[in-house]
Design a protein around this ligand. Structure first.
Ligand code: GLA
Length: 414
């Protein structure tokens, strides 16, 4: 959960000092994620299986004595100031919506009950999670913002047993609840209808583990996933995800429609999570064709996730890879959220010897693929993707060889 790994960027600390005249009181870091399998299942109360990647959003911060928030986003070279009392009164860049939403909800849902008032903050923000690539830079930013706003109040969420600063109060706020708060900030303040997976893995990620998360109960199991003779390679199509938001909402609506129709035969179901493939087959012919395809994909993907978790636990990588490839085929042909560039990437990858599995990851319509590749094949993989993808699409991809990172952490500057 809350790790105390020192991810303390000297440069970030220096930037903070140059700007605000003294050292930051702390730096929070929250990772992006890649989902191994279980796509578009979170908002259907289903199963997901993501890992945190070793790419982070960092916020260096100190409390202010007033209720102002002074921000400097290093990578964009932008500044913003707003007041917690009247956050909407000042013109601020779009990325401030995340912070405003998180601060508002923290006050409403956490701090008021505990008798706290949100403190103002001075902060410098930076990060290396590629933005808009489907690796959850937004969730990483929300989670980092939430920990920073708590941090300036002298609060930290944690399990027991974590070494922390003496005058910090540990609060009993389960990470899944904080994740739900972050999700709500994105839904209500940023206007993106995302699910619970991304902020949850950003908070709960653990080195050498993948998170098997039940998105209905928010129960989870950390499954050992150590990359001894293989690597996690992420390929970025570098295609702008223009359709992602509107098509995402359409998929959600189709799934809800499917549930509504099927409720006439199965009144107790509340989401696609409740429908077995066997039951679905009895009624699928009654559904409109598109609804039928969307529902079938989700029901099959939920089963794939559970099989993939068993395969990984048994170190059966062949089965795991096959399930990844099948997941991609479902997203491409049945759920229809892939795009030509993602299909080109998986097509090249799945035909390279030493690639265990390859699929699109995240919402789709651009963004990235996730590939599990034996170490001996990584060089060939890199060269082939660079060459053939560029030939076939005219676009240069980005390739990130990632480690499974730790979840969000705070490092106090003592
Ligand atoms: C986006 C959303 C997630 C999830 C994925 C698809 O990343 O933010 O909640 O729905 O798409 O699996």
């Amino acid at each position: 959960m809350m790790q105390t790994e020192p991810i303390f960027s000297d440069n970030l600390e220096q930037e903070f000092t140059d700007r605000f005249g003294n050292s930051p009181e702390f730096i929070v870091s929250a990772p992006g994620r890649v989902n191994l399998i279980g796509e578009h299942t979170d908002y259907n109360d289903g199963f997901v299986f993501p890992v945190a990647i070793d790419k982070y959003m960092h916020i260096a911060a100190s409390p202010r004595s007033d209720r102002q928030v002074h921000l400097h986003a290093l990578d964009m070279d932008e500044e913003a100031i707003f007041s917690l009392d009247v956050p909407d009164e000042s013109e601020t860049p779009a990325w401030c919506k995340y912070l405003k939403g998180v601060a508002y909800l923290l006050q409403e849902m956490v701090l008021s009950d505990m008798g706290y008032v949100q403190q103002g903050m001075s902060a410098v923000i930076t990060g290396d999670v590629p933005i808009g690539a489907g690796l959850s830079s937004s969730a990483a930013f929300e989670v980092a913002s939430a920990l920073a706003f708590l941090g300036v109040c002298g609060l930290e969420i944690t399990d027991t047993g974590v070494d922390t600063k003496a005058d910090v109060t540990l609060i009993e706020l389960p990470p899944t609840e904080l994740a739900a708060l972050c999700q709500r900030a994105e839904n209500e303040f940023v206007g993106v209808n995302c699910g619970i997976m991304d902020p949850t893995i950003s908070l709960l990620g653990k080195t050498d583990h993948a998170l098997f998360l039940d998105c209905r109960t928010l129960d989870y199991v950390q499954i050992p996933f150590s990359l001894t003779d293989m690597l996690l390679v992420i390929c970025n199509t570098n295609v702008k995800r223009e359709l992602a938001s509107s098509e995402y909402n359409k998929r959600r609506a189709e799934c809800e429609r499917g549930v509504e129709i099927m409720q006439q035969w199965m009144p107790s179901i509340t989401s696609l999570r409740d429908v077995s493939l066997e039951d679905f087959k009895k009624y699928e012919a009654e559904l409109p064709q598109i609804t039928q395809k969307r529902c079938r994909y989700v029901i099959e993907e939920n089963t794939r996730v559970q099989n993939a978790v068993s395969a990984l636990a048994a170190k059966d990588f062949n089965t795991f890879g096959t399930l990844m490839n099948e997941s991609h085929a479902g997203l491409r042909d049945t759920y229809e959220v892939s795009c030509d560039e993602l299909n080109v990437l998986t097509d090249i990858a799945q035909n390279i010897d030493g690639v265990i599995g390859s699929r699109m990851t995240g919402a789709g319509f651009g963004g990235c693929t996730v590939n599990l590749v034996y170490s001996y094949a990584v060089e060939t993989f890199h060269d082939q993707i660079m060459k053939v993808y560029t030939q076939r699409t005219g676009i240069k991809p980005d390739i990130y060889v990632c480690n499974v990172g730790d979840g969000a952490c705070i490092k106090w500057n003592t």
